[in-house]
Design a protein around this ligand. Structure first.
Ligand code: GAL
Length: 367
């Protein structure tokens, strides 16, 4: 063999194991893992009450484990203190990356300072971590758009959007938890669509409760929302029909529908109002099929987990994470670079295409 070619072959052969080791290291969570094995990713989710967070947690674990990372998934039962403790433990255990869907967005400042001091990267998941410099990236959906889609479903269904009717119709507003940064985005997005109709008196808020402080639902508590509606119905709807309810997420939507049924709604003489939702939970999709809940906003948590994995993997490998928004999400201390995914409004007419064909929900789960 020609000696130069032989030398080239020797060099190539000698390179192969090195390349294989490097590729193997990236593929098995070795980057950022130091000498003690694969890096652990701490995943802090708020609650198991809402189905979506279970799906989020499972998808994240699947994504990271497939690439060889270890994961530590914790749910905090909607207690901000429990969540702070869980994250402290993750930090003390030497986790290299934290993925946090917070309960109280501005209540984790000290914990995050501690993470930063230890060189741990932090990704805000779905809900923005507020009042902290120690948040690296944010993965979420276009939250303003979520509200716009919900409100759009209301004005379309009532026939106000295409002008086929002019009303007036009655409406009641419900918003999410005041300590969840998403809440104001959902609500402001919805009000952008509803306000012109309210101004023209085509939509009338029977209770008069329209400020976010009046309509918010601490910790997204479905029971509180139901009690609030029961009181509103008693005080304002004894002699008029409620035509629409802006409900911020599926758990609350179903609870409000139950309250309405208890009040006699759901018959031909007293039909249920238009009721919005969010998350495409199985029980709400069933309700949509039955003709009770009107719509939900589908946010594919598999896609959110994938983007978050790509961000986290890049951070742990010293690479630049993917972002598509560097302006919107100011957390009070800094603008957090974000990746926003697109939400989709789902009703009876398109649930099959959006949810079943995409594999998000199994047709058999809707039986
Ligand atoms: C929000 C989230 C929604 C919904 C809600 C209640 O932060 O973006 O999708 O799940 O919490 O859990």
């Amino acid at each position: 063999m020609h000696s130069a070619r032989a030398a080239r072959l020797r060099t190539t052969a000698a390179l192969i194991p090195v390349v294989a080791i490097v590729a193997g290291a990236t593929a098995c969570g070795g980057s950022g893992s130091g000498s003690s094995g694969p890096a652990t990713v701490g995943i802090a989710m708020p609650t198991k009450v809402s189905q979506r967070w279970i799906a989020d947690g499972n998808s994240l674990v699947k994504q990271f484990q497939a690439k060889g990372y270890k994961t530590d998934l914790k749910y905090a039962d909607n207690s901000a203190d429990t969540q702070a403790d869980q994250i402290r433990t993750m930090i003390n255990n030497g986790d290299k990356l934290l993925i946090i869907a917070s309960i109280d967005g501005s209540g984790l400042g000290d914990v995050l300072v501690n993470a930063r001091q230890k060189g741990i990267k932090v990704i805000s998941y779905d809900r923005l971590l507020l009042a902290s410099n120690d948040v690296d990236y944010y993965a979420t959906f276009d939250n303003f758009k979520v509200g716009e889609l919900q409100a759009d479903a209301i004005v379309q269904k009532l026939g106000l959007k295409d002008g086929s009717t002019t009303g007036p119709y009655t409406i009641e507003l419900f918003a999410g938890s005041p300590d969840d940064n998403n809440t104001q985005y959902f609500f402001n997005g919805a009000m952008k669509v509803l306000q012109p109709y309210i101004d023209k008196k085509q939509l009338v808020i029977g209770s008069g409760q329209k400020r976010i402080t009046q309509v918010a639902t601490l910790r997204w508590d479905v029971t509180y929302a139901a009690q609030r509606l029961a009181l509103i119905l008693k005080e304002n709807y004894a002699n008029q029909h409620l035509d629409a309810v802006l409900a911020p997420y599926d758990g609350i939507s179903r609870s409000l529908i139950q309250t309405l049924k208890n009040d006699g709604y759901g018959t031909a003489a007293k039909p249920l109002p238009v009721v919005t939702g969010q998350d495409a939970e199985v029980d709400s999709v069933k309700s949509i099929i039955k003709g009770e809940q009107t719509e939900t906003v589908y946010k594919d948590t598999r896609k959110l987990a994938k983007v978050t994995f790509e961000m986290g993997n890049a951070l742990l490998s010293g690479k630049k994470p993917p972002v598509n928004d560097t302006k919107t999400y100011d957390n009070g201390n800094k603008i957090v670079p974000a990746y926003l995914l697109q939400p989709v409004s789902v009703e009876k007419s398109n649930y099959k295409k959006e949810l079943i064909d995409s594999g998000y929900i199994k047709a058999s789960d809707l039986k």
